[in-house]
Ligand binder design. Sequence first.
Ligand code: NAD
Length: 286
Amino acid sequence: MAAQIIDGKALALSVRAEIAREVEQFHEHSGIRPGLAAVLVGDDPASAIYVRNKKIACEKAGLYPEEYKLPSSTSQEDLYALIQKLNNDPKIHGILVQLPLPNHIESKIILEAVSPHKDADGFHPYNVGRLVEGDPVFTACTPKGVIHMIESTGQSMSGKRAVVIGRSNIVGKPVALLLMHRHATVTVCHSRTQDLPAVCREADIVVAAIGRAQFVTADMIKEGAIVIDVGINRREDGSLVGDVDFEPVKEKAGWITPVPGGVGPMTIAMLLQNTLESAKRSVTPS
Ligand code: NAD
């Protein structure tokens, strides 16, 4: 039987509707509107689209958005100063620095300049450490969205075998930690893994975060597995495909996410959720 499709667009819409309700309730009793500042340096068209979509999503959910579009010639010092200003701005509860930054700016220095209490993307080492401890404050948006999608199947992660393909700091590693904290038995695969298909075939849950078009094929998937495709790959004809060979894998998996319309929309929804949670914490600090 063909897999059930985990519709990221529909799931994200329902999460965003719930966030919009909570934002209004929070605003009613605190007078505060959760604020998200997005900082874009340079004129990368894809980054500009991401930032615009995040701003629109913020407005629709009733959050207060600020957008900073800086020229690619912006110095590291000026960008650092802007981050400091946002760290101290009480209207802002989440700061997002769109990556990649121009080559002359050290991303690590800028990401660490963001206050860990406003780190909506969850990239600051403090938040990474909290995640490792199993006591996260801000969790990176894409990994958080992945877990939400697995939860939407109604299947428990406890005791299941999970394989994460990819070990990046922004996707693979945090996804593996989140799965481990939900009591899955997790294997992280990467470019040096030997006999990757055999490892994948053991998995009840497969998360693909590789960046290689249609890399995960049906022979790598156990019957009935949950398959989450994080990859976004642009083909020569301009269309988007994931890291999973969707059509054949769909015939074998139990649940599968499409690309586009899968993990991508959930990432934005989780960014809004992180900003709302941050605004709530700002009035009731732990
Ligand atoms: P990355 O390049 O930082 O990491 C890729 C990982 O894949 C590496 O750990 C590498 O070891 C592994 N890998 C590469 N070739 C492999 C192979 N042949 N076999 C096994 N493992 C291999 O990428 P990333 O930032 O983690 O992103 C991964 C994909 O997810 C990309 O397509 C990216 O565009 C997409 N992405 C999507 C979202 C979203 O919101 N949907 C967010 C972030 C990233």
